[in-house]
Ligand binder design. Sequence first.
Ligand code: PGA
Length: 253
Amino acid sequence: MMRKKIVAGNWKMNSTLEEARHLLKAISSSPSNPDVLKIICPPFVYLSEAVSSLSPRPDIKVGAQNCSQHVKGAFTGEISPLMLHACGCEYVILGHSERRVLFMETDLLIQSKLLNALNHALKVIFCYGETLEERERGEAKTVIAAQLTNVLKALTKEQMLHVVLAYEPVWAIGTGLTASPLQAQEMHSFSREIISDLFDASTSNSTSILYGGSCNAGNASQIFACKDVDGGLIGGASLNPDDFNKIINSFRQ
Ligand code: PGA
């Protein structure tokens, strides 16, 4: 089965309204590359605007950077997946290391957000990855196996078809350090084994696994050339439309 090639842009908490409009305009008029699905994940407040400016482009979808584990009610400041879906958002990023570390999100919380998102018709970009200390202790694989298993064990095969994985070594996020193609391939192929054990080989072979962590216009083609890398989750470089476009066109023809 052919896996979807995907490049997702995680704007994080960046861009003024004016900058966001400028970026959306550049993205909506970028040359179409129908072989690659693009997912733009701006801050919540720009989602509706992103949906309307990108809706003429079937090759571009919009995603949120987080959602609540609850559906509705007295949860001040939270955003329900129901609301995201209603405003035309199709994806949500969950399990990002910034949420795990800075907002103390546990595997259990991430799992309940993920189930809530899937139950309300969103697709999920599920992030996982080891810290530098864990890698240096030789525990990188154990750590990601636990993150994947703890969260995804609650899903059915059918639900797993709506999940995109993003391997993001924490030491590479926003640091300028990138996993080498060899390191990325090793971790992606290991992730695929875990998915195969949790579900089956066909589910594993059809799951797109993105690489994230200082992926940019200069290194994307080497990383995307790896057999088990199906694209990238791009932070910093997604704020520059020219760089983002170069990354989208970095897959081997
Ligand atoms: P970065 O971020 O590309 O700026 O390293 C990636 C991410 O956090 O998703």
